[in-house]
Design a protein. Structure first.
Length: 332
């Protein structure tokens, strides 16, 4: 084996010129193939790709990014992946970005070193917690946000949290319930805050004094603990839980206390997680279109990256009520 052949097989020791010699083409042709340039014949492209494979050649992504001024990557800054909404939204963003030829880097808020990120733009999830961490964005960073306040300095994409909670509470009132109890999200959650505000507003518009809210933290356990307290309220015939996991905890607590759902108490959740239809009974809930939220995030961010219009503004994706067996008119 020649020295050149041995060098071809060493990791990181293969150059574009080596690939060009193996394929019998120019280095310019190799460059066009590695960057996906359309002006290369299919047979030539195959020759070059075969040579890259044989030699173990990997294009220098960093060098390409410096030449083009783009990394073809999006950063997603988020406080946690433990909630269903965050994990599903991040998944939807990654799926849509992949269709556009972009990769996604997940960045926990606590570990964010934004000045060093090799990304073309950033999606911020749960922006109030990002702001609370006192993190600043490098000048000129292209940003969209999921779940931000309306006065944000960058575009916001979100589920219509207020609209969804309004539908949930009105559904229970329309069934004839005289009041609706509420299990909230955590105090630091902006989405949870919007759902709670909507619950109170709908109740007051209906001339009903809202009962005390039960504080939850998105977990099934917190819903269970709230459900045990609500089970002891004789006037509690309807509960709106701010997410499906907490609604599951409420269902269990009511069952243990002998309160039948929906015969004695109706329960509505929020999110429409995949298991919601398998709860006992199947859960009435607000369906969030996470795929559309992710699609709109990537669409708006890439539009800005590619020179399209940008600036503050809010896009709300409407949720929809999924009626299942956990809600019914109140007992007579």
């Amino acid at each position: 084996m020649t020295e050149a052949a041995r060098r071809d097989r060493l990791p990181g020791g293969v150059s574009m010129a080596d690939v060009a010699r193996r394929a019998g083409v120019s280095s310019q042709t190799v460059s066009r193939v590695s960057t996906g340039h359309p002006g290369v014949a299919a047979s030539t492209r195959r020759q070059v790709l075969d040579a890259m494979h044989d030699l173990g050649y990997r294009p220098n992504i960093a060098a390409r990014a410096l030449r083009r001024g783009r990394f073809h990557a999006i950063g997603v800054v988020m406080p946690t992946l433990t909630t269903f909404a965050n994990s599903r939204t991040a998944e939807a963003i990654a799926e849509e970005a992949a269709l556009e030829g972009y990769s996604v880097t997940l960045i926990p808020v606590a570990a964010a070193t934004l000045d060093e990120l090799a990304v073309d733009g950033i999606v911020i999830m749960d922006a109030p917690r990002f702001d609370a961490a006192n993190l600043t964005l490098p000048r000129g960073t292209r940003v969209v946000s999921v779940g931000s306040r309306s006065d944000a300095d960058y575009p916001v994409i979100d589920t219509d949290q207020r609209g969804g909670a309004t539908q949930a509470v009105r559904h229970l009132l329309d069934l004839g319930h005289r009041t609706v109890w509420h299990v909230t999200g955590p105090a630091e959650s902006y989405a949870g805050e919007l759902r709670t505000r909507a619950w109170r507003d709908v109740m007051r518009e209906a001339g009903i004094m809202p009962p005390p809210a039960e504080r939850g933290d998105w977990s099934t356990l917190s819903g269970y603990q709230a459900g045990r307290r609500l089970a002891d309220e004789p006037g509690c015939t309807a509960v709106f839980a701010a997410n499906d996991q907490m609604a599951l905890g409420v269902l269990r607590a009511l069952h243990e206390r002998g309160r039948r759902v929906p015969h004695d108490v109706s329960v509505v959740g929020f999110d429409d997680i995949p298991d919601a239809a398998a709860f006992l009974p199947p859960l009435t809930t607000m369906h969030q279109n996470f795929s559309e939220v992710g699609r709109r995030c990537v669409e708006l961010l890439l539009g800005d990256i590619r020179g399209g219009p940008s600036g503050p503004g809010t896009v709300l994706v409407a949720p929809s009520l999924v009626r299942r067996a956990s809600t019914a008119p109140p007992p007579r």
